[in-house]
Design a protein around this ligand. Sequence first.
Ligand SMILES: [Fe+2]
Ligand SMILES: [Fe+2]
Length: 344
Amino acid sequence: MYTQALDLPNPDGDSAGNANVVAMNARSEPHSDALQASFDAKVDADEKIEPRDWMPDAYRKTLVRQISQHAHSEIVGMLPEGNWISRAPSLKRKAILIAKVQDEGGHGLYLYSAAETLGTSRDQMLDALHSGKAKYSSIFNYPTLNWADVGVIGWLVDGAAIMNQIPLCRCSYGPYARAMIRVCKEESFHQRQGYEALLVMMQGNEAQKTMVQDAVNRWWWKCLAMFGPPDANSPHSAQGMRWGIKRISNDDLRQKFIDATVPQANVLGISLPDPQLKWNEERGHYDHGEIDWDEFWATVNGNGPCNKERLATRVKAWNDGEWVRDAAIAHARKQAQRDLKEAA
Ligand SMILES: [Fe+2]
Ligand SMILES: [Fe+2]
């Protein structure tokens, strides 16, 4: 996931999103009614749009914004969990967490590759992330205070990610849809390992049970916000649906997540921090309370508890890795020269 595909007002940017998208997409498509009609027909027939196909500029920009936000979320999401690798309580938990964090790095790579097929370079996308222009999922701007947080992130954050991402396997843009199939399989493992870690803690002592409940209390509402603003305040959702990028609305996905998660919370033996959470027989769904959107937007706009720390860690990792990138490029050049010599 962790994509929210947020549409943020930006005076320097395009109407659909971030300023970086404008800078990234120097490429502009010729337009004709016939090209548009054939694109629409493909989308309507549920056929995939591929990188060499004609596509409207706005479709390309929306996808670059969404896929790059998604890729950034994967690699920034490695940071809070990466902090816990050295403190995992057993060798088994350490091995699982290392594998999960490595998966998230892989998800970032699939997604950057998918975005590159739209004519945007990885350097441009990373530059937008490191300069603070690009967004990533706000969920990673909250602290992970103890080991129970790591379990809850797997159960709820990756759980919400799966709910958001499964419909993306049917996204109209081929490279994104195909990347999501593999990502979803791995996310399923992430969700299960988190839930299993919590089940074990809930069989422990009172202090461990209290840790789990406390972590759930702190993460529940933030996870519900991961699905993005309510449908009524999500003006670009309709266009995303029309283009076959978005398949299920924010509120419907949120409802699906709640309906699937409440029984899991019961099995775990914890309560969810929402006094209004109640099964509604008539609707066939759980009713729930209001999300604090002011807190959500404050975090999206850079004022969450860990925004600055996450970005600084990410930029430091990029700078520290410069010699590795330089060495890899020098090696590739040498290799290419050798191949040329051999061919001659
Ligand atoms: Fe992931
Ligand atoms: Fe994950």
